[in-house]
Design a protein around this ligand. Structure first.
Ligand code: OGA
Ligand code: MN
Length: 340
C-alpha cells in the first residue's frame, strides 16, 4: 500500500488538543512515512494516544529514537528494574524486584507524589526533554484510579490577557526537582534550600517548534522567578498554573488496557498523574517512559549548553529529622544534675 497521509486514522479527543491514533502495525517495522505522519500529528495535537500498542522495552526505545536523540534517566530515579536499559524511566509503583512498594518504604512511597503536580518532563535539567512516550504494562483495575491528565499549555498561553502576556514574556524561572518533590510530599527535603542544589533556568514562554505557537512553560518545578522573592514567585507561578489548568484546557486520559501507550510533547503540553490513593500499595501500575532530548533552538533555554549537568538531590531526604539538638545551656545542665 502506498504510504500516504491516509494510512493512519487520527481522531481528536478534545476541542483544542490530544488525538487518538489508529492504524499503526506495531508488530512490523515502522516506515519513515508513518513516522512522518505521527510527527505531523504530534506537532498539531501535542498528545497522541495509541491503544493496545503492546510493544516491549526495546521496541519502545527504538521507536522513541526515531523522533530524536534519546535521553537517559538521572540516577536519582533509577530503581534498578532495568539496569541494562537506562533509557527506560521506571514510573511504576514497583520496587526493583517488581513487587508493589509498601507504605513502610517511606521514601519510595512519597518520592513519586511530585508527579501528581502539573509538570513538563525534565524541566529541572539544563537540556530539556521534548517527547515522552509512556507505556502502561500493567494498570490498576477499573475504578482504582491511575489516570493521567494533560493540559493544553499553548491554548492556555493564547488565552492569557494582554497584561499577563507582557508580564510573562521575558520572565525567567529557576526550576528545581527538590521543590517539586517537597511540594508533593512536604516531609521530603524539609530544610533544604533548592537554590543551593540543581537549578535549571527557563523562560515562562517559548515558541513551540512544531507549530510556531507560543507555549506557556510554567510548572510545579518553578521555584523562583528572577528579580522576585520566592514567596512572590510562588504566587505568580501558582496563578499561571491555575490559569492553564482550567477545565477547558484539561483532558483526563484513562488507561484502558495493558499495552496502551501515550506520546506527548513536553514543549506543548503539561501533564500530571492523578491521585494514587486507591491503588498505590494494592495494585500494580507498571508504567515505563522513554524520552527524546529537545535539540531545537530552545532546548537549553537560559542554561549554558557547554555545561550539561544531571540533577542532584541531598542523599538523605529526611536529614532534618535527625538533627541532634544543640547542647543545653550550662545552667540547665547544672539544674538537672542537682535534681538527680
Ligand atoms: C510521566 C508522568 C504520569 C502518570 O510519565 O512523566 O508524569 O500518570 N506520568 O504516570
Ligand atoms: Mn512526567
Amino acid at each position: 500500500m502506498a504510504a500516504d497521509s491516509s494510512t493512519l486514522r487520527i481522531t481528536p479527543l478534545h476541542k483544542t488538543f490530544i488525538a487518538q491514533v489508529e492504524g499503526v502495525d506495531w508488530t512490523a517495522p515502522i516506515s519513515d512515512a508513518i513516522i512522518a505522519e505521527i510527527q505531523k500529528a504530534i506537532d498539531k495535537y501535542g498528545v497522541l494516544v495509541f491503544r493496545k500498542a503492546n510493544i516491549d522495552n526495546e521496541t519502545q526505545v527504538a521507536l522513541t529514537g526515531r523522533f530524536g536523540k534519546l535521553d537517559f534517566m538521572p540516577t536519582v530515579h533509577i530503581k534498578g528494574r532495568f539496569p541494562h536499559t537506562p533509557q527506560i524511566f521506571d514510573l511504576s509503583n514497583l520496587d526493583e524486584r517488581g513487587n508493589i512498594i509498601l507504605s513502610t518504604n517511606r521514601f519510595l512511597s512519597m518520592s513519586m507524589k511530585g508527579n501528581q503536580l502539573w509538570h513538563a518532563d525534565m524541566q529541572y535539567h539544563p537540556h530539556r526533554d521534548k517527547y515522552s512516550i509512556l507505556r502502561g504494562v500493567e494498570i490498576p483495575p477499573p475504578g482504582m484510579g491511575g489516570e493521567t491528565e494533560f493540559a493544553d499549555s499553548r491554548t492556555a498561553y493564547e488565552a492569557l490577557s494582554q497584561g499577563w502576556k507582557e508580564r510573562v514574556e521575558n520572565m525567567v524561572i529557576n526550576c528545581s526537582l527538590i521543590h517539586n518533590r517537597r511540594t508533593g510530599a512536604p516531609d521530603l527535603y524539609k530544610d533544604v534550600d533548592p537554590m543551593k542544589w540543581s537549578i535549571s533556568r527557563w523562560k515562562a514562554v517559548y515558541p513551540h517548534e512544531g507549530s510556531g505557537r507560543k507555549n506557556l512553560y510554567v510548572t510545579s518545578y518553578g521555584y523562583k522567578i528572577d528579580g522576585m522573592s520566592v514567596e512572590e514567585s510562588q504566587k505568580i507561578i501558582g496563578e499561571l498554573i491555575a490559569h492553564g489548568t482550567q477545565p477547558q484546557f484539561v483532558y483526563k486520559l484513562s488507561w484502558n488496557n495493558p499495552g496502551d501507550m501515550i506520546m506527548w510533547d513536553n514543549t506543548a503540553v503539561w501533564h500530571r498523574a492523578l491521585d494514587d490513593s486507591k491503588f498505590q500499595h494494592k495494585f500494580k501500575r507498571d508504567m515505563r517512559r522513554t524520552n527524546t532530548l529537545d535539540d531545537g533552538p530552545h532546548g537549553w533555554g537560559e542554561n549554558d549548553p557547554n555545561n550539561n549537568w544531571r540533577v542532584q538531590v541531598p542523599k538523605d531526604p529526611y536529614a532534618h529529622e535527625k538533627i541532634v539538638p544543640k547542647a543545653a545551656p550550662a545552667d540547665l545542665l547544672t539544674a538537672v544534675k542537682v535534681a538527680v
